[in-house]
Write a protein that binds this ligand. Sequence first.
Ligand code: WT7
Length: 653
Amino acid sequence: MRQPEDRLVIDSQQHEDRLFPPPPEFANRARIRSMDEYRALYRQSVEKPEEFWAERARELVWTKPFDRVLEWQSPHAQWFVGGQLNASFNCLDRHVQQGRGSKPAIVWEGERGEERILTYEELLAEVSRLANALRAMKVRTGDRVGIYLPLVPEAVVAMLACARLGATHSVVFGGFSAEALRDRMEDAGAKLLITADGGFRKGQVVPLKANADEALQKLPGVERVVVVRRTGEKVPMKPGRDIYWDEAVRGQPATCESVALDAEHALFILYTSGTTGRPKGVVHATGGYLLQTALTTRWVFDLREDDVYWCTADVGWITGHSYVVYGPLAEGATVVLYEGALNHPEPNRIWDIVERRRVSILYTAPTAIRGFIKAGDDWVKQHDLSSLRLLGTVGEPINPEAWMWYRRVVGGERCPIVDTWWQTETGAIAVAPLPGATPTKPGSATLPLPGIEIEIVDSAGRPVPPGEGGTLVLSRPWPSMLRTVHNDPKRYMQQYWSQVPGRYFTGDGARIDADGYLWLMGRIDDVINVAGHRLGTAEIESALARHPVVAEAAVVGRPDELKGTGICAFVTLKEGKVASTELAAELRSHVAKEIGAIARPDDIRFADALPKTRSGKIVRRLLRDLAAGRESQGDVSTLEDLSVIAALRDSEE
Ligand code: WT7
């Protein structure tokens, strides 16, 4: 098993004695106000899980009530069996009917400073119009629809319009390449794609339609393409296939009855990287997902009617699905949506938005926080951030220094911080403090939320004593858990339920301290977490191997001050090909083109050979040490050729 990153372990051990109880002013008004209250809820959730979830599920609007809460035949769960509901109805109509129609649902800002505000009533009308248009284009319940958009309101409208019809959406992050889009659309079997003429990112135009066209060349299954006008640039439109969004919705009625769907109906497929070169299509079901994202939004963000809530994630990631769209809208929140980079054109863009929009809850990533620390406190101090009352982080472990900075400089020592641990597969936050109850320790995600049971196990699957490192597993099913891997039920079984039989395997290394607090220590598999985004090293390796000069490539992570993990690729070239700085640059761009800019390697290190065992397996442990500039501690006795390591060590430029 891989050793967790030393830096994190050392950090967390040094500082774990610091404890920050919730400020009394916060706790007094919070939805969950004390540890006693948390413990009572937690106890109920594990002792009588079906009653616990059933009681809360009844707060959603069901067109047909469920008969049974859970059918669990490990590893297959069905929640709220027999029940029917619609996610779009629960996120929109319900609030309009309850008199919140004129409350802003989305407060959008473009990178160039444009503004659009959509009330719940307006959002419902837009969603209904698009749903009608999609239906006119023969989209039916159960069909898959691809969404490849910048962070504009239409992205949310598109997701909810699909949900309204029961078409399963599959959002692909706008930063992904044509190639990545094609693979995902093909695997999902998408029939229609919603994209835009382009998007704006750091002042540049992202050519989404051009990428989509390239992807669709080899994808006859995608029969229709709906194009949002965002940049206004002229893009080729294929007659009979492509139609502009405004033309598609023109004349469509602003009402559209939502389709009653089984609780287990697939709400969406979202692709995420795993240990093989092929991303996994994680499938989430309507009822359980909606319930748990709504509840965790309420509990963890302590959401109240007058909050202005901003989660800075893109809807292309699970964080955007759960905590920009479904969770907060199911709870009737006002959600800030910002199209661009948080530090564009200056590092204070984020604080400027917080000040002007009077944001009260801010949820962002440790990578972003480390970037702001680097830019300097002055950028923050220019702004009045007194509207903030709660801060959150997600995506990767937050180092205690960054946590303390966030608390002091951004939160004015008054805002609780919720460090939320979860995954694409868990659907909803699984481990996090309750801001009015849980005393926090910088760098710890703290305690499991109600309904979640965590354990740390060793490589044989046996629980380890408190304080000892191991693998994090979840020991019981939960409503928003993934249901399967699209097109690959075997992989679902193998990846998540076979490593430790009967337990859900997270792939994260962690330990639980004497107080029961969880400390995450990074991935233990060949998945790396770069700036809070998950990448499979195998995916980057296959992209490199597709380049004509590359014979073999091995990719590992190495510590990076800003991104948490940087990408280091060891590359051997084909006979007669010569390493050069230009070639390294070309390989880096090649990967960015094949997958997307987030996968661009930081270092390319050419070598004559890669270290292998006698059976031919690349020894990544050694490469990780080399990439980090560490002396290798590990056992090298099984290595085929020891001279390879010496040569690799010298390969650093
Ligand atoms: C992996 C999941 C779920 C939101 C975004 C990422 C890491 C996530 C934390 C945290 C330490 C974290 C884990 C996890 N991770 N949140 N608060 N502390 N690590 O979603 O792409 O599915 O990645 O992100 O390694 O397994 P994802």
